[in-house]
Design a protein around this ligand. Structure first.
Ligand SMILES: NC(=O)c1ccc[n+]([C@@H]2O[C@H](COP(=O)([O-])OP(=O)(O)OC[C@H]3O[C@@H](n4cnc5c(N)ncnc54)[C@H](OP(=O)(O)O)[C@@H]3O)[C@@H](O)[C@H]2O)c1
Length: 288
């Protein structure tokens, strides 16, 4: 199949590129701004026709969660209007669409792992624009799968793991929020999950939840990164009130993966995937 990846130079896009060699039966076309703007219908239609695209994986998004509180128009244009354009263009050209969404569509007030039937109630501009994107895709009538994920990290782009390792170079003590719970997601694992869903085939509209397995807090996540990376740094637990941010974060966003596991997707434990990522980062550092 010809698979077009939008937002291909972002963290998930690079992770799909990394695992593409595991799927030699497919031809991947990686695109990003400015040549492939998801908000530009004609541009996307042209790319689909020229490349005889069968499946489009949309990794493009506005992901600056705090900045979105001041840039609502831009966040909405990319996350909501861009998703709407992709839904329409995929419907028109009979292309199957895989779109990525977020745990931020929930309010984070539940205590059990969140399944796909839990009512959405976003508490931030980013979350509201991502939910609007989901709804537009559903309304488009395209064959579409939405995968909601959380706490994404990898060796690519900017993310929590890389930030922690950078801070460990100059600090011997750090405060990290300990009262927000969730599960990290290693982006190459999510990339493999997406490929499994594509290979299985899908019709109509479906939502799946995917993160790695287990449950942790940002504080424990940071502490584990430092332990596994052999960094001597003290991590002090903070409350959300002690670490104010512009955008509201869910206090609990552990996703229930039962549905995606029933579809045949394997979900690694978060500590195991963190070890893999640290090994990859180490190998990259040796190359420099
Ligand atoms: N990161 C997380 O922790 C997290 C958590 C849950 C869900 N998600 C979701 O997972 C998906 C992938 O996230 P990510 O971390 O890979 O994001 P990312 O690293 O920020 O990558 C997004 C990519 O989209 C590009 N882009 C922005 N506007 C575009 C447009 N109009 N047309 C085409 N491309 C455009 C960006 O280019 P520029 O850099 O030039 O803007 C960037 O290359 C997103 O849907 C995100 O909402 C992420």
């Amino acid at each position: 199949m010809n698979i077009l990846v939008t937002g291909g130079r972002g963290q998930l896009g690079c992770s799909i590129n990394k695992i593409a060699a595991n799927h030699p039966q497919h031809n991947f076309i990686f695109t990003d701004m400015p040549e492939a703007d998801i908000t530009n219908h004609d541009c996307m239609a042209q790319l689909i026709v020229e490349n005889k695209v069968n499946v489009l994986i949309n990794c493009a998004a506005y992901t600056a969660v705090d900045k979105a509180e001041d840039e609502e128009e831009l966040a909405r244009k990319i996350n909501a209007d861009g998703a709407a354009e992709l839904g329409e263009v995929c419907k028109e050209h009979k292309v199957k669409l895989v779109h990525i969404s977020t745990d931020y569509v929930f309010d984070g007030t539940t205590i059990d792992p969140i399944n796909e039937r839990v009512k959405t109630n976003p508490q931030s501009t980013y979350g509201r624009t991502k939910l609007a994107g989901e709804q537009h895709i559903k309304e488009s009538g395209a064959d579409a799968v939405i995968v909601r994920t959380a706490w994404l990290y990898s060796e690519f782009g900017n993310n929590f793991v890389k930030t922690m390792l950078r801070l460990a170079e100059t600090r011997d003590e750090l405060g990290v929020v300990a009262d927000q719970y969730g599960t990290p997601t290693y982006a190459p694992d999510l990339a493999e999950a997406i490929m499994k869903l594509i290979d299985k085939g899908f019709r109509g509209f479906k939502i799946y939840h995917y993160s790695n397995e287990g449950e942790t807090s940002w504080w424990e996540f940071a502490d584990t990164i430092f332990q596994l990376a052999g960094k001597a740094i003290t991590v002090k637990p903070l409350t959300t009130d002690q670490y104010p941010a512009k955008a509201h974060r869910p206090a609990f966003s552990v996703l229930d993966k039962s549905k995606i596991k029933e579809a045949g997707v394997f979900v690694p434990e978060w500590e195991d995937s963190l070890r893999v990522c640290l090994k990859e980062l180490n190998a990259l550092a040796q190359q420099d």
